[in-house]
Design a protein around this ligand. Structure first.
Ligand code: SAH
Length: 310
């Protein structure tokens, strides 16, 4: 089973926006930065260019918010933006587990547009053992089976023979914990292999020889690497320019600028006496932006003070 787009994985760089910067240049970009918005160009302004977007993020990254400084982009006003599709090759013993997450919504749209290509490979197809087994008893005894090196080596070498890969990632609870900065970093890569473990884990030699990066999705143990792989791919693909519409701009999401998101409301304005804040109905865009920024700071201070320098 392969969930694929038609893109061959070899992409040509072209001028566009830097990956990881939201594919939008409307007011969403400025919703957190009322004090900066007067200094930067806006849509409709003849001096606007795609570069403005990276400038905006660069300016933002100078704010006293720790995570902005660690945004993970090669950010500078000189940054040359580009648009390039991404290819993921996910290696698993349970390919069926990965069918649904990539067959809906934003991930499905990204593949249809040819912006992301997601291939799921059944590790058992690379086993030379009877009954296609991919695991064995652990040396030294103990509980749980260990995934063997041979099938992994075969699929990785086959894929590497077809194209260059930027990373071979092993999903593992003892890896670095996934965060927005890591997603941003990965979103500027082109080809990525993701290995999903099972049982007790994979033979350490696979990690030593082939793996370039190990990523955990949190301090808890799941039974396999498939759900973590889906989480990682979703977090990365939504950052590729062209994947999200303006209305779902990634740039205004929590963590992207070191702040949690502001509260959001929609109709009705009054639900059984529970009213939407007046400011949002005022039509005063600068004041709305200011309010959202203040709300985001307040929410971050209350819920995640660790994100703020203060
Ligand atoms: N014995 C291992 C856990 C194995 S769980 C240990 O204690 O570290 C089986 C597989 O599930 C792992 O090899 C890994 O691929 C995946 N997995 C489990 N929890 C995960 C997590 N929090 N993040 C990423 N992958 C995880």
């Amino acid at each position: 089973m392969a969930i694929t787009g038609k893109f061959a994985g070899n992409c040509k760089r072209r001028w566009g926006r830097p990956r990881g910067i939201a594919p939008t240049h409307n007011n969403h970009l400025f919703s957190r930065t009322p004090r900066l918005s007067s200094k930067i160009t806006r849509r409709g302004d003849p001096s606007w260019s795609p570069l403005t977007v990276s400038k905006v993020f660069h300016v933002n990254s100078g704010m006293k918010l720790r995570d902005k400084k660690q945004a993970g982009f090669p950010l500078s006003p000189q940054t040359k933006p580009y648009l390039c599709a991404m290819r993921f090759d996910i290696v698993t013993v349970l390919p069926g587990l990965l069918e649904s997450p990539f067959a809906h919504s934003i991930l499905q749209r990204a593949q249809k547009k040819g912006i992301a290509e997601i291939h799921v490979h059944n590790l058992r197809d690379y086993s030379t053992q009877k009954q296609k087994s991919v695991d064995d008893y652990p040396y030294g005894g103990g509980s749980g089976m260990v995934m063997t090196i041979d099938p992994f080596a075969r699929i990785i070498e086959k894929l590497k023979g077809e194209r260059d890969y930027d990373e071979v990632i092993f999903m593992s609870p003892d890896g670095e914990t996934l965060n927005q900065q890591i997603a941003n970093q990965l979103s500027i890569k082109t080809n990525i292999i993701i290995l999903c473990g099972h049982y007790k884990g994979i033979d350490q030699r696979i990690r030593d020889i082939f793996v370039t990066r190990e990523i955990s999705i949190g301090d808890y143990v799941l039974s396999g690497g498939e759900l973590p792989a889906a989480v990682l791919v979703d977090a990365v693909v939504r950052l590729i320019p062209g994947v999200l519409s303006d209305e779902t701009s990634a740039l205004s999401d929590s963590f992207q600028d070191g702040l949690l998101d502001a509260p959001v409301y929609t109709r009705p304005a009054d639900w059984n006496g529970h009213k939407v804040p007046d400011i949002l109905l005022s039509g005063n865009t600068p004041e709305v932006e200011k309010w959202r920024f203040e709300q985001a700071v307040e929410r971050t201070r209350k819920r995640r003070p660790d994100l703020l320098d203060e």
